[in-house]
Design a protein around this ligand. Structure first.
Ligand SMILES: Cc1cc2nc3c(=O)[nH]c(=O)nc-3n(C[C@H](O)[C@H](O)[C@H](O)COP(=O)(O)OP(=O)(O)OC[C@H]3O[C@@H](n4cnc5c(N)ncnc54)[C@H](O)[C@@H]3O)c2cc1C
Ligand SMILES: *[C@@H]1O[C@H](CO)[C@@H](O)[C@H](O)[C@H]1NC(C)=O
Length: 173
């Protein structure tokens, strides 16, 4: 074997095996309390990215110029979003978990304010939806709304008040 071939072979082996190491090295950093809350280990095996590859895709709508319409749409959507979480099952089945994760992912594609949807998709990549229980889902939704509040310079909502603000109303059924 030529010396140059040997060098290439050794270098190839090194890159191949060190690849495994680099994947872990470049993983997104985790560790702050908020990001821990947003990326609960319960959901490690079940994220919307994993559930259905055909669901992946970009934002569909254009920018929304009218600021009044944008704010009205936001308020209505957040109302739907948090009310949905407040009534989501306490112990969801796998099918129900997939339904919620896919709904959120599709909302991030179809949200009628395109520039909002772009930001939302970036947030979802960092903080995948938590679907393991009602509490997990409502706390995740509150935290992600706060991420949007933060970027827009709005007050941060106290997530320990979430059940009072969006009551389940389940006792009336
Ligand atoms: C997915 C998404 C992305 C958006 N992206 C943008 C964007 O990029 N640019 C833009 O201009 N607008 C965006 N919006 C709209 C924006 O978030 C607001 O809805 C809008 O500016 C109106 O704000 P608001 O002050 O009335 O309160 P909102 O943020 O609409 O909240 C409505 C009410 O919910 C309660 N609330 C506040 N924070 C929380 C929380 N963390 N958890 C639970 N309840 C809470 C408060 O009582 C508040 O009055 C987005 C909306 C959504 C749903
Ligand atoms: C902006 O949206 C609001 C609310 O939907 C609407 O009343 C208003 O007429 C719109 N303005 C323009 C310039 O289209």
């Amino acid at each position: 074997m030529k010396k140059s071939h040997l060098t290439i072979a050794v270098l190839g082996c090194f890159l191949l095996f060190s690849g495994t190491f680099w994947i872990f090295y470049f993983r997104p950093a985790q560790g702050t309390p908020l990001s821990h809350l947003l990326t609960n280990n319960n959901d490690k095996g079940l994220t919307w990215q994993d559930q259905d590859v055909s669901q992946s895709g970009g934002v569909i709508m254009n920018h929304m110029g009218n600021a009044t319409a944008k704010a009205e749409l936001g308020r209505s959507t957040w109302k739907l979003f948090h009310t949905m979480m407040s009534r989501y099952p306490e112990q969801p089945s796998d099918d129900e978990r997939v339904a919620l994760a896919q709904f959120i992912h599709l909302l991030s594609r179809l949200y009628p304010c395109g520039e909002c949807a772009e930001h939302f998709q970036t947030l979802l990549q960092k903080f995948p939806p938590q679907t393991s229980s009602r509490i997990a889902a409502s706390q995740w939704a509150c935290a992600i709304h706060n991420k949007v509040n933060e970027r827009l310079g709005k007050p941060i909502f106290d997530c320990s008040d979430i059940e009072a603000k969006y009551p389940c109303g389940c006792e009336l059924e």
